[in-house]
Structures are given as structure tokens and as C-alpha cells.
Ligand binder design. Structure first.
Ligand code: PRT
Ligand code: ZN
Length: 286
């Protein structure tokens, strides 16, 4: 297929499973064997390259892959100027500076002249210099959190999600440099036919992500409260109202965002809504 596009995803690690499951939830069936270097989609013009996450920006830049899924942290550290085509909502973490708990931290000045271990020398260097801090960045590629304990550094700069790694190593998070999530990046100049395939993929991703953020809600309402209930429920256009077999009641269907979901339920109950059902949405096309 001549307009096939190539996506680079992480071979194994924190982003692998969710990258694969995002593609699957977009209706894309993968040939078995995501353990290989390369695999193919069976029902979509897509080839999948399985790589180390750090290599993905360069592969996309070189055009070996047309698009890729990578943490924003890796993209920004690579300093490759590649467009982010979609934020994907998984792999969330922050890049933070952490300092030994046993020492008092009094703001960025406490880092002046210190040795900071990190796998993110570019992002850390940029942050320190924009805050006029002179520190010695010690670049290491793994187990950054043990560096202060073994006397290799005075502080670290690393990714944090739950914070438990810092805690078990006697460190406290003191500055956040970046908030990151997985993103879909693309090359700067895709051919028209590849751009069309990418647009189809982005359309599906948007539908899947929107569906995840919303729920379908069904409830029964006394007719005299319908107006108040419809005011609470925005719906995609407006709620659907169907008469119930029992006189004076209607069934109301709508879509609500997960963010204000519980507040909406409370307001609906207060207006006399009964038999509220909440159903996940698989795809949502607006
Ligand atoms: O082999 P490859 O090079 O592909 O993988 P990798 O080992 O470099 O990366 P991997 O799989 O660990 O992470 C891939 C991506 O997941 C990162 O680039 C981030 O975008 C994202 N991500 C999200 C994280 C974390 N959360 C995370 N917590 N990446 C790493 N961590 C590590 C962190 O470095 C620290 O060691 O987890 C530890 C902290 O976790 P908490 O929960 O204790 O705070
Ligand atoms: Zn890596």
C-alpha cells in the first residue's frame, strides 16, 4: 500500500502497553508479535516500529518513521523541533528536582554550586540557567535517585509520578520543571497521502479520547421537572427526551463530561431524577 504510514512506539516500558491499546481502541488490529522490531496493522495502512523511547524523536526526524508516540519529556530533552499532533493522556509524570530530606531547602538558591544528577541535562540546564543558577550537572542514565545517597550528587532531577521512589530514597521534590504526558509527534513534511492517513488516525484518536472523558447518562424524570433537569444536562446538542409508559414521566438521555460528573448527578437527584444509569461511551464523534 503506497500511502502506508509508519509509527514508532516504545518496544517495552511504561508507554508500550498504552500505545498498543490506543491503536487497538482506534479499531486498528495489529499483526501478532509486537515483540519484534516491526509489525503491521491488518486493517489500516500502518506499520509499527518498536524502539527505545529515546530513539523515537530522531527516527521521526530522519523520516524512518512518519509519526511516533513518546513522552513529552523525551521530545523536549531531544530538542528536536517536531510538531505534537495530539496529546494522549497517558504516561503522565513530572520532571522535578529533588533534594535530600535531611537538608533544608530554601528555594533555588540552595542549588547554587551544587552537583545535580540527571538523565535530562538539556531540560535541567535550560531551567537552571533561566533561573540564574550555576550548578554542576552530572549526567547519568539510570538509578538517578540513588546518586545523593552514594555521594555522587547533592540533588537529582528525575521523573516523578507517585513520588514513592523519592520517598524511599530520602528525597523531597522541591521544583517542578515540566509536566509531561505521552504525545503523538509527526515529521514536518509528510506527503499528501501520508497526511491523509495521519488525519484519519488523529480523527479516531480524538473520538476515543473524547469518549473516555464522557459518559452516557439515562434517567427517569417527572415531566414537571424536565425543564430544570435539561438545564443541568448539556448533551451533545440537547438531551433526548422519550415518554415513559407510566403517565407523567419521561426518560432523559444525555452525555456528561467525567470532570463534573458527580456534581451533575447530585443536582439531578435534587431535581427528582430517578433510576439514573451511567454507561461508558466507546467512540464519540461530534
Ligand atoms: O527502554 P526505554 O529507553 O524505551 O525505556 P525507559 O526505561 O527510558 O523509559 P520508561 O519505560 O521507564 O518510561 C517511558 C516514559 O514513561 C517516560 O519517558 C515518561 O514519559 C513516562 N513516565 C511516566 C515515566 C514515569 N511516569 C516514571 N515514574 N518514566 C519513568 N518513571 C520512573 C522515574 O524515572 C523514577 O525512576 O519511575 C520512577 C518514579 O516513579 P514514582 O511513581 O516512584 O514517582
Ligand atoms: Zn529510554
Amino acid at each position: 500500500m503506497k500511502n502506508k504510514i509508519r509509527i514508532a512506539i516504545q518496544k517495552s516500558g511504561r508507554l508500550h502497553e498504552e500505545s498498543v491499546s490506543l491503536l487497538k481502541s482506534c479499531g486498528i488490529e495489529l499483526n501478532n508479535g509486537v515483540n519484534k522490531l516491526k509489525t503491521e496493522a491488518l486493517n489500516f495502512p500502518l506499520e509499527i516500529l518498536l524502539l527505545r523511547d529515546d530513539d523515537i524523536p530522531q527516527y521521526v526526524l530522519d523520516g524512518v518513521a512518519d509519526i511516533g508516540i513518546v513522552g513529552e519529556n523525551v521530545l523536549l530533552e531531544s530538542a528536536q523541533d517536531l510538531p505534537i499532533r495530539a496529546k494522549l493522556g497517558f504516561g503522565r509524570c513530572r520532571l522535578s528536582i529533588a533534594f535530600p530530606k535531611s537538608e533544608s531547602y530554601e528555594g533555588l538558591e540552595s542549588l547554587q554550586g551544587k552537583r545535580i544528577a540527571s538523565s535530562y541535562p538539556n531540560l535541567l540546564g535550560g531551567y537552571l540557567s533561566s533561573n540564574s543558577i550555576q550548578a554542576d550537572i552530572h549526567q547519568i542514565s539510570g538509578s538517578v535517585e540513588i546518586a545523593p545517597g552514594i555521594g555522587l550528587a547533592d540533588a537529582i532531577c528525575d521523573l516523578v509520578s507517585s513520588g514513592s521512589t523519592l520517598l524511599t530514597n530520602g528525597l523531597q521534590e522541591v521544583e517542578t520543571i515540566l509536566r509531561s504526558e505521552a504525545v503523538l509527534i509527526s515529521g514536518r513534511e509528510l506527503s499528501t497521502s501520508k497526511s491523509e492517513v495521519l488525519d484519519q488516525l488523529l480523527f479516531r484518536i480524538a473520538a476515543v479520547r473524547r469518549a473516555k472523558r464522557n459518559k452516557y447518562i439515562l434517567l427517569n424524570a417527572p415531566n414537571e421537572r424536565l425543564e430544570a433537569i435539561c438545564d443541568i444536562l448539556p448533551g451533545m446538542k440537547s438531551p433526548t427526551i422519550l415518554p415513559l409508559a407510566s403517565e407523567g414521566w419521561s426518560s432523559v438521555h444525555s452525555v456528561v463530561a467525567e470532570d463534573d460528573f458527580w456534581n451533575i448527578i447530585a443536582a439531578l437527584k435534587a431535581e427528582g431524577a430517578k433510576g439514573i444509569l451511567v454507561v461508558p461511551i466507546e467512540k464519540m464523534i461530534v
